[in-house]
Ligand binder design. Structure first.
Ligand code: GAR
Length: 218
C-alpha cells in the first residue's frame, strides 16, 4: 500500500479516476492528502465527497522554493511516499524533488518529449501530428523532461478542436495514471539512466495504427 499526496489546481478528473480505481481495489494506494494551490477548485470537492483530507496552500507572494518547502512539510506530515501531480499548474523546484527523489510523478497531455509545456492540445493540432497521446513520467528539474513511465496514443482527426482532442486524450490519462501508480506500488519501476523499465509487465502487442487509414492495404 503506497501513501499518495495528490497535488491539483483544477477540475481533478485524474484525481477522480485514481480515487475510483483505489475504491474498486485496482490500485493498491491510499490518498493521504489532496493539496491545491487554488481555492475552490472542483478537485477539492471530489476529495471531500470521498472523505479524503484536503488543503489549500496558496502560492501568492511566495518564492517557488518557499512554496515547495510548505508542500514538503504538508506532505511529510501525512506520511506521503509518492507525490502525484494531477493537473498541478506549478513549476516544481529542487526543494520538492530532493525531499522526494524519484517519488514525484506527473501526467502530461502529449507524447513527450514532443509538446512539453501547457495547453498543448491546439499546438498538436496546429503542428499537424496524426497521433497525440499522454505520458506519465517521473519529474526531474526540467519541464516535462523526466524519465517516462507509461504512454498512451490516440489519433488526431482533421475536424478535431482542442476540446475534442483533450477529451480523447483525457480518457487515456484516466487509465494510465492509475496503471503507473499501481506499477510503482508493486515495485516494478526500475529507473536506468533516463529509461524506466517495467519489471515483470507483459509486452504491449506488436501492433500499429495508421492515420489516415491505409486504404490501399485493405
Ligand atoms: C490534464 O489534461 C493533464 O494532462 C494536464 O492538466 C489536465 C488536468 O486535468 N496537465 C498538464 O498540462 C501539465 N503540464 P484534471 O484536473 O481534470 O485532472
Amino acid at each position: 500500500m503506497v501513501n499518495l499526496g495528490v497535488l491539483v489546481s483544477g477540475s481533478g478528473s485524474n484525481l477522480q479516476a485514481i480515487i475510483d480505481n483505489i475504491e474498486a481495489g485496482r490500485v493498491d494506494a491510499n490518498i493521504k492528502i489532496v493539496i491545491s494551490n487554488v481555492p475552490d477548485v472542483y478537485a477539492l470537492e471530489r476529495a471531500k465527497k470521498h472523505g479524503i483530507p484536503s488543503r489549500v496552500i496558496p502560492h501568492r507572494g511566495l518564492k517557488r522554493e518557499e512554496y515547495d518547502q510548505k508542500l514538503v512539510e504538508a506532505l511529510r506530515d501525512q506520511g506521503v511516499e509518492l507525490v502525484v501531480l494531477a493537473g498541478f499548474m506549478r513549476i516544481i523546484t529542487p526543494v520538492l524533488l530532493r525531499a522526494f527523489p524519484l517519488r514525484v510523478i506527473n501526467i502530461h497531455p502529449a507524447l513527450l518529449p514532443a509538446f512539453p509545456g501547457t495547453h498543448v492540445w491546439q499546438t498538436q493540432i496546429d503542428y499537424g501530428v496524426k497521433f497525440a497521446g499522454c505520458t506519465v513520467h517521473f519529474v526531474d528539474e526540467g519541464t516535462d523532461t523526466g524519465p517516462i513511465i507509461i504512454q498512451a496514443v490516440v489519433p488526431v482527426y482533421d475536424d478535431d478542436t482542442a476540446d475534442t482532442l483533450n477529451a480523447r486524450i483525457l480518457k487515456q490519462e484516466h487509465k494510465i495514471y492509475s496503471q503507473a501508480i499501481q506499477m510503482y506500488a508493486e515495485g516494478r519501476l526500475e529507473v536506468q539512466g533516463h529509461r524506466v523499465l517495467a519489471k515483470g509487465m507483459p509486452k504491449a502487442p506488436d501492433s500499429f495504427m495508421i492515420n489516415p487509414p491505409a486504404k490501399i492495404l485493405e
